[in-house]
Write a protein that binds this ligand. Sequence first.
Ligand code: 5CA
Ligand code: ZN
Length: 412
Amino acid sequence: MQTWASVDVPRLAGSGPALRLYDTATGRIRPTAPGPEATMYVCGITPYDATHLGHAATYLAFDLVNRVWRDLGHEVFYVQNVTDIDDPLLERAERDHDDWVVLGMRETALFREDMEALRVIPPRHYVGAVEAMGEISELVGKLLASGAGYRVDDPEFPDVYFDSSVTGRFGYESNYDEQTMIELSRERGGDPDRPGKRHPLDPLLWRMAREGEPSWESDLGAGRAGWHVECAAIALNRLGSQIDLNGGGSDLIFPHHECGAAHAEAFTGEHPFARHYTHAGLIGLDGEKMSKSRGNLVFVSKLRAQGVDPNAVRAALLAGHYRTDRQWTPELLAQAEARLARWRQAVALDAGPAADDLVARLRTHLADDLDTPSALAAVDGWASEALERRGTDPAAPALVRDAVDALLGIAL
Ligand code: 5CA
Ligand code: ZN
């Protein structure tokens, strides 16, 4: 699929400390230690109701990872998918008497536009499930042949499932107990109650064609791919195994990333599939998680249409820590707008207080599990000093502008 337009990232002199991030699998903040090339797979949208501020917050968090790695001199190999065929998309299309293909295309186009406006660095490969159906079915075929997959005991629809016991590690990524896993699976697209499976937690790999549902020809029989194997195949085929980071919002901890990791590890025999499983907290509105099913959504495109500066949306979402579940409020946006106005006033001065120390602090805060609240406060400090006491360094305003752009993605 076509990705979105790239964004210029200023190069800063010097370098900072290695990036440390929380890893869900080990429950610890650990250094990321990519080689010259850093590999990152972040789960993309299911294209309906895009792009709400919860989506935006999650992609902004991983955009910071991208920016910090680049600043450290790594080449970042970033891949993202689009789940452009799945049950929720079909359900929405049916509800709205829409064509699921058109719905997916429209929402993906809107998402691209929003990402561009938010100055998110695009992935190198942006891959739709539909265009990847051949490679996904191939992976399912190999899992089936190796014994990691099996046909469910159902003569009418012998769908292919994954035997979650084959790696001997199922549960290592989420660290949830079995009861929790079963409940979350039921809530999030799984089918723990389907008869004929070896284990309730075994996820679907290939759904045989049903009347009235889209399907694709394959050696497995006409059908379509399960959700987790979609991401496993797209990631493995482009980034290989043992990637540096697998990311998404915290609602993907289970079953999605647990199952994706198990698929990849069963296929390659290598553990772990990702060195870091990193998850962003969920954004809510009026005390509830912002989600399609609840319908309490605030859209990036609506804000843009109202004339809101996307840089202010970015600043508002980065004002909280990426791992904290937090609420979107109009005040949050107003505060971000005031903050940006002040920063812009300060960088418009002919001279300012020396900014080398600010750049070092920005790097240190971001390297510390993306501590954006402290990073933004550091810029506030410099801006106050510049506006209240002035400064004599003529290069400082431009340096701050570049650092805020390169590291936070905010254009002043
Ligand atoms: N297509 C799948 C991933 S393969 C999917 O989860 N799509 S999604 O459109 O539902 O979500 C896209 C990304 O936004 C996911 O990483 C998800 O965890 C994240 N997300 C969804 N709702 C929120 C929210 N309220 N706050 C923060 N992130 C969210
Ligand atoms: Zn995914």
